[in-house]
Ligand binder design. Structure first.
Ligand code: PDD
Length: 287
């Protein structure tokens, strides 16, 4: 689904992905000591690149890794990487790790040179049958760490949760912390009840999702109010509609949760309006 396109970015140069090499002593490999971003690109143009660069900077600041590039340089490299892969609709993965040390000390050496790697993958529009049917999700207890606001490359928690969701026959894990909704294992979550739309606020328990912001703007454009507040597990289980949102999946309706129908068991009417306005926003901003 997300096979890498041929050209990658390695420390400022465009190189074939099959030739990109980094040290096995890289701390991204040894410790998951790095930050990443996934930027959606439509018709060769990134959607809200500054929001992604801001979040990348926030993550680097939290990890005390110096950003190797200025904003202008990042934007130029992103353009180069997209062009090298022929433009069109794609996702761009960008990673900055702390770099390779002389060995494996937990405490980073003082003069480290960050490693920058980027690659692209095709972003196909959601398949019509997926839009007609929706996706399934399973609620799982959030086993990740206490700083989920940092887009860290240490993703073994979500990997375990995705495997468990698949075992349960679900496409996505919706994570709860006790009685509270956290977020999806790789998505933001919205719930709708009696026409009111809610999504949890930013906190250390969840990633500040860029697509969540896009959906917020879509709702504004539609004149639909959004309640940003904590959402209970019970609200999730009794919602009329649930949507997940991410840079690679836009906003998708969850129609089955824990094996039971969400609302009517079909993509909801509010989601459909959001989907259509989302397409219009893409056209306006990036298409
Ligand atoms: N993941 N929450 C988590 C835990 C995520 O991993 C993601 C996205 C989101 C949505 O964030 P955004 O709207 O900025 O994509 C929320 C990306 C797509 C990934 O890891 O592939």
């Amino acid at each position: 689904m997300t096979d890498a396109l041929p050209k990658s970015l390695l420390n400022g140069a465009i190189v074939p992905v099959v030739d990109a090499r980094i040290s096995p002593l890289d701390r991204g490999f040894l410790f998951g000591d790095g930050i990443y971003e996934v930027v959606p690109v439509y018709a060769g143009k990134p959607l809200r690149p500054d929001a992604h660069f801001d979040r990348l900077q926030d993550g680097l600041t939290a990890l005390e890794i110096a950003n190797p590039y200025s904003r202008t340089r990042w934007a130029a490299l992103l353009r180069e990487l997209i062009a090298a892969n022929g433009g069109g609709d794609m996702g761009v993965y960008l990673e900055v790790s702390r770099g390779a040390g002389k060995g494996r000390d937990f405490l980073p050496e003082s003069d480290m040179q960050p490693t920058v790697f980027g690659f692209c993958f095709r972003l196909a529009p959601p398949r019509p049958e997926l839009l007609a049917r929706g996706i399934s999700a399973a609620t799982l207890e959030d086993i990740r760490w206490q700083r989920c606001d940092i887009k860290s490359v240490a993703l073994v928690g979500p990997v375990m949760l995705k495997i468990e969701a698949k075992r349960l026959g679900a496409d996505e894990a919706i994570l709860v912390r006790g009685e509270r909704l956290a977020e999806g294992s790789s998505s933001a979550v919205f719930v709708v009840k009696d026409g009111r739309i809610a999504t949890p606020p930013a906190s250390h328990e969840r990633l500040p999702s860029i697509t969540r912001g896009v959906v917020g703007d879509v709702l504004d454009a539609l004149g639909l109010p959004l309640d940003v507040r904590e959402v209970g597990r019970d609200e999730l289980l009794t919602a009329d509609e649930i949507w997940i949102a991410s840079s690679t999946r836009e906003a998708l309706p969850v129609t089955v949760l824990d094996g039971k129908a969400v609302g009517q068991g079909r993509p909801g009417s509010i989601w459909r309006r959001v989907f259509e306005e989302f397409q219009a926003l893409k056209q306006r901003e990036a298409g």
